[in-house]
Ligand binder design. Structure first.
Ligand SMILES: *Cc1c(COP(=O)(O)O)cnc(C)c1O
Length: 363
């Protein structure tokens, strides 16, 4: 089980060997450079949120409310679900880790599409479980038939990233329901809906409807993207009572700070302003997509706040051209580049680089 990592030093778990290092989006290169590498929200905090956060910060000598009572109550009210069906964590990545701790260990299998969210392989390996990666289709879509075929007696959890990070492609209702009907009830299906607020295709189902229909489905959401609280680390899961209870048991005690809890409550209450911002970003997403398409790029229709450029071997070169122009993007070497929909000036810079790159390489 244990490997000596250095002679006579502390024994570290073998499961950690070879864990792919999480590579955070590179920070913007300089003060006058834009960061389109981490799918963050370009807007400042929603009205009233900063005031609540500052007020909570004044009590930083105290532990936060361990039960997150106010946030749980607000979430339950907002989404119309029982308080007992909610669990929170340090970002939805934190909650995803709790999900794994609650379901899977050595010998167990975790299925997810690939390429998908970077954190899945890492947290699966930390749990000691085995990743079963099912390649996306040629259209950058989840291959749900192949994912259902991949279920074995050892499968404990399936991540379905909808829309998928980094490709932006979303799964529609009929397809997802057909998949859920095939997955045995003993396997937990986690619908990771980090970008749910940006979805404007009415055929893409709200996971909360599916959680109500399928007891083995739970929904992962975050305050990091549409709500713009990435720096505060708070996400949540809506699941049936036993799953939610297990998530609360596996949470880091006091993991969600009072600043984060109060800011999340205030954010949930600023509905109209949130919708305005989301609508503006969705509109900007359309503009960027239309421009890229006009330049000759093939870009999947994205339901998130980002686009995917499948650049293959030109990935790193493109990312470097962006950096040189003052925009940081997220390269996946050999595969493609993910670019966040950001402030208009940042997107314009990106479009300029993309147009020039296209002109150079397509000619
Ligand atoms: C950004 C993202 C998350 C959320 O991360 P947080 O930990 O909540 O900041 C979760 N899932 C996916 C697919 C994401 O892209």
């Amino acid at each position: 089980m244990c490997t000596p990592t250095f002679p006579e030093g502390p024994q570290l778990r073998a499961a950690l060997d070879g864990i792919p290092a999480y590579r955070p989006g590179r920070p913007a290169a300089g003060a006058d450079s834009y960061k389109l590498s981490s799918n963050e929200n370009p807007y400042p905090p929603l009205p009233g949120v900063l005031e609540r956060a500052v007020a909570a910060a004044g009590a930083m000598n105290r532990y936060p409310d361990m039960a997150c009572s106010a946030l749980f109550a607000e979430l339950a009210d907002h989404f119309g679900v029982p308080v007992g069906h909610i669990a929170t964590g340090t970002g939805s990545v934190g909650v995803a880790q709790q999900l794994l701790q609650a379901t899977a260990g050595p010998g167990d299998e975790v299925i997810y599409a690939w390429r998908s969210f970077e954190a899945y392989p890492i947290i699966t390996q930390i749990a000691g479980a085995t990743s079963v990666q099912v390649p996306l289709t040629a259209d950058e879509e989840h291959d749900l038939d192949a994912m259902a075929d991949a279920v074995t007696e050892r499968t404990r959890l399936i991540f379905v990233c909808n829309p998928n990070n980094p490709t932006g492609v979303a799964i529609r209702r009929a397809e997802l329901e057909r998949f859920l009907a095939r997955v045995p009830a003993r396997v937990l299906v986690v619908l990771d809906e980090a970008y749910r607020e940006f979805v404007d295709d009415p055929e893409v189902p709200d996971g909360l409807g599916l959680y109500r229909a399928y007891p083995n489905v739970c929904v992962l959401r975050t305050f990091s993207k549409a709500y713009g609280l990435a720096g505060l680390r708070v996400g949540f899961c809506v699941a049936q009572e036993p799953v939610a209870a297990a998530l609360r048991k596996t949470a880091v005690p006091f993991g969600v700070s009072q600043v984060a809890q109060d800011a999340a409550v205030a954010s949930l209450r600023s509905g109209p302003q949130l919708l305005e911002r989301v609508a503006a970003l969705v509109e900007e997403r359309r503009r960027v997509h239309a421009e890229l398409t006009a330049q000759g790029w093939t870009v999947p229709v994205s339901q998130g706040n980002f686009h995917w450029l499948r650049l293959g071997d030109a990935t790193v070169e493109f990312a470097e051209a962006c950096a040189a122009a003052g925009v940081t993007v997220r390269p996946f070497p050999g595969e493609g580049v993910r670019v966040t929909v950001g402030e208009r000036e940042a997107d314009d810079l990106l479009l300029k680089v993309a147009g020039e790159f296209r002109g150079r390489t397509a000619g």
